[in-house]
Design a protein. Structure first.
Length: 102
């Protein structure tokens, strides 16, 4: 009977880690800003990623930018939703084409 009593305790302890504390941390991270993924045409290398990221980073309220050449996707985290035309202008300034949201 002792083994049966210990087994539920181990299960309870294991589920605690994967439950509320992990989910709460993730929710706090996503609530820190608005995440938008854009599709950009013409990026072919790391320099391209840097150019696009640099221009978009200069937009007011942008806190993070990650461009990925292989997918053509640019993930932007901002304090509030961004104006798509402002993002398009920034991508154009870098020399690439914003084709829309991914």
């Amino acid at each position: 009977m002792t083994a049966q009593t210990e087994l539920p305790q181990a299960e309870t302890t294991g589920s605690c880690c994967g439950g509320s504390s992990c989910g709460t941390t993730q929710a706090a991270d996503t609530q820190a800003g608005v995440t938008t993924v854009y599709q950009v045409k013409g990026m072919t290398c790391g320099h391209c990623e840097g150019a696009v990221s640099s221009e978009i980073s200069e937009l007011p309220g942008v806190t993070s930018v990650k461009a990925v050449t292989s997918t053509g996707q640019v993930t932007v985290i901002s304090e509030a939703p961004l104006d798509d035309e402002a993002v398009r202008a920034a991508v154009d300034e870098a020399g690439y084409e914003l084709t829309g949201r991914a």
